[in-house]
Design a protein around this ligand. Structure first.
Ligand code: HEC
Ligand code: HEC
Length: 233
C-alpha cells in the first residue's frame, strides 16, 4: 500500500508539472479563499451570480442524477468557497466550468462570498441519484472503517475542516470524484483521504459510494418534491 501511495503522489506531481501549474498543498488557505471567507455576503448579488451557475447546476442547485453536474445545494459554505477558489486557481481541473467561474464572468472574491452563501442555504434535492443497492452491507463496513472520521456518521462533512457533505450527493458524481481522488487525478484532494482509500478496488469503491448515496438526508434540509426556486420567476 505504501508503494502505490508513492506512485500516486509521483503521478500527481508529474500531472501538475505537465499542466504547467505547481502542485499545491491540499488546503494552504490564503488567496481568494482566504479573502472570500472574511467578507459579508450580499444575498441579492448571490442570486444574480448564481444565475450563471444554474445553466449547469440548475436553478435549484440540485445538479443531475446522471452525475454530469453535482448537487451544490446545502453544501457547507467553506467547502464551496474552497472548491470554487481551487477551480479558478486551476488547482482542480474543471474545463467545462472554468470560463464561467472566472472573475471576468462573475466578479472577484465578493462574488465568491455572495454566491456560496446563497447556495449553502438552498434546500437539498429530495431525489438524489443512488446506486443499485446490491452490496450495501460491504459498503457500510467500508464506510465505518474508512470515512466516518472525516465525513461523519451520516456523511454530513465538516464546515470548519472543509470536509464536504456527501449525504444526498449523486451516486455517479461521487463515483467519478472518488476514483479521481484515489488515482491522483483530482489535484486538490486531501492527501489523508488519498492514503486512506489507496487500497480500494473498483468493487469496494462502488459499494461504499452506493452506501453513501442511500444515507437519508435530514428532513429539515430537504426541499419538498417538485420544489421550484422562487428566486427566479
Ligand atoms: C458549464 C457548466 C457549469 C457552470 C456554468 C458552472 N459549473 Fe460548477 N461544475 C460543473 C461541473 C461539470 C462540475 C463537476 C466537475 C467534476 O466532475 O470534477 C462542477 C463542480 C462545481 C463545484 C464542486 C462541487 C463539489 O462537490 O466539489 C462547485 C463548488 C461549483 N461547481 C460551483 C459553481 C458555481 C458557483 C458556478 C457559477 C459561478 C458554477 N459552478 C458554474 C459545471 C458547471
Ligand atoms: C482524512 C479525511 C478524509 C477521509 C478519511 C475521507 N475523505 Fe473523502 N474527502 C475529504 C476531503 C477534505 C475532501 C475534499 C477534498 C478537496 O478539498 O478537494 C473529500 C472529498 C470526497 C468526495 C468528493 C466530494 C465532492 O463533493 O466532490 C467523496 C465522494 C468522498 N470524499 C468520499 C469519501 C469516502 C467514501 C471515504 C471513505 C472510503 C472518504 N471520502 C474518506 C476528506 C476525507
Amino acid at each position: 500500500m505504501k508503494k502505490s501511495t508513492s506512485i500516486i503522489a509521483a503521478a500527481a506531481l508529474v500531472a501538475a508539472t505537465l499542466s504547467g501549474t505547481t502542485y499545491s498543498a491540499w488546503n494552504e488557505g490564503g488567496g481568494e479563499q482566504g479573502v472570500a471567507m472574511t467578507l459579508t455576503p450580499d444575498r441579492e448579488n448571490g442570486i444574480e451570480v448564481y444565475e450563471v451557475c444554474s445553466a449547469c447546476h440548475l436553478l435549484e442547485g440540485w445538479g443531475m442524477a446522471n452525475g454530469t453536474f453535482p448537487q451544490l445545494a446545502g453544501q457547507h459554505k467553506n467547502v464551496l468557497i474552497k472548491q470554487l477558489a481551487d477551480i479558478r486557481a486551476l488547482n482542480r481541473d474543471n474545463p467545462t466550468m472554468y470560463p464561467f467561474a472566472l472573475p471576468e464572468s462573475i466578479g472577484d472574491e465578493q462574488a465568491i462570498a455572495d454566491v456560496t452563501d446563497y447556495i449553502a442555504k438552498l434546500p437539498m434535492n429530495p431525489n438524489n441519484g443512488k446506486g443499485d443497492g446490491d452490496n450495501l452491507a460491504h459498503g457500510e463496513k467500508l464506510y465505518k472503517a474508512n470515512c466516518i472520521q472525516c465525513h461523519g456518521e451520516a456523511g454530513e462533512g465538516n464546515q470548519e475542516k472543509f470536509y464536504p457533505k456527501i449525504q444526498g450527493q449523486h451516486y455517479a458524481y461521487m463515483l467519478r470524484q472518488f476514483e479521481w481522488i484515489r488515482d491522483g487525478k483530482r489535484r486538490n484532494a486531501n492527501p489523508d483521504m488519498v492514503k486512506q482509500i489507496a487500497g480500494f478496488s473498483d468493487a469496494d469503491m462502488r459499494a461504499v459510494i452506493d452506501y453513501v448515496s442511500q444515507i437519508p438526508v435530514p428532513k429539515e434540509d430537504l426541499a419538498p418534491v417538485g420544489w421550484i426556486n422562487p428566486d427566479y420567476d
